[in-house]
Design a protein around this ligand. Structure first.
Ligand SMILES: Nc1ncnc2c1ncn2[C@@H]1O[C@H](COP(=O)(O)OS(=O)(=O)O)[C@@H](OP(=O)(O)O)[C@H]1O
Ligand SMILES: Nc1ncnc2c1ncn2[C@@H]1O[C@H](COP(=O)(O)OP(=O)(O)O)[C@@H](O)[C@H]1O
Length: 198
């Protein structure tokens, strides 16, 4: 649905000016993975490591965003699609603002992640697959949700009663069953350095 009375207004500051001021590139690091795979932990640890190196970062997390902007959304396929669509647009604003934004959402559907990718330039979207076998995620179960899902108390639970489509060609894979949080962060920072984004 488009409204011809809504006219785009160019801003007084450009993305390039903001990047120059910050001294680094701006982009979305899109963390995707099962519940309990380590998205929030690794994303926050990476944001902290880079912040301590004077990089302007921000983390958008599924759990948190669903308390505010997306509190009207559930976990049906359509609701998850809308969740990711909205966050993709928000993340784009952060990129325009000159920040490295880390999004930590299960984002189970390839089509939805590709929709976000298409919003941004090629060097502004980095898909980070947070790989962890569901057995390990279930063993961790920090919020007890797998136990509830197995008991039938949570419908449409990713990996149990709702699908997860793993990335086929992510820019980066961090395996949290094999590597520690710090080692995962090392891999992320090394990637950004190799791409001259820092
Ligand atoms: N049905 C169902 N399926 C999956 N996850 C569920 C569900 N209900 C609640 N939760 C909790 O919500 C977090 C996932 O929200 P997301 O916004 O990341 O999900 S999605 O991207 O819209 O699929 C997820 O948080 P993380 O564990 O941090 O991934 C869960 O704790
Ligand atoms: N690389 C890792 N190695 C070991 N445990 C991890 C690692 N990353 C995350 N964890 C642990 O896994 C659990 C789930 O992490 P969390 O960040 O909440 O996952 P998600 O955001 O994907 O649901 C937490 O107990 C966390 O401490």
């Amino acid at each position: 649905m488009t409204n011809n009375n809504i006219v785009w207004h160019d801003q007084s500051l450009t993305k390039e000016e903001r990047r120059k001021k910050n001294g680094h590139h701006s982009a979305v690091l899109w963390f995707t993975g099962l519940s309990g795979s380590g998205k929030s932990t690794v994303a926050n640890a990476a944001a902290r490591r880079l912040f301590d190196q004077n990089v302007s970062t921000y983390v958008l997390d599924g759990d948190n965003v669903r308390h505010g902007l997306n509190k009207d959304l559930g976990f049906s396929d359509e609701a998850r699609k809308e969740n990711i669509r909205r966050i993709g647009e928000v993340a784009k604003l952060f990129v325009d603002g000159g920040q490295l934004v880390f999004t930590a959402f299960i984002s189970p559907f390839r089509e939805d992640r590709d929709t976000v990718r298409a919003l941004l330039n090629a060097d502004e979207f980095i898909e980070v697959f947070v790989e962890c076998p569901i057995e390990k995620c279930e063993e961790r179960d920090p919020k007890g949700l797998y136990k509830k899902a197995r008991a039938g108390e949570i419908p449409e639970f990713t990996g149990i009663s709702s699908p997860y489509e793993a990335p086929e060609t992510p820019e980066l894979v961090v395996n949290t069953d094999t590597y520690s949080v710090d080692e995962c962060v090392d891999q992320i920072v090394e990637y950004l350095k190799q791409k001259n984004m820092l």
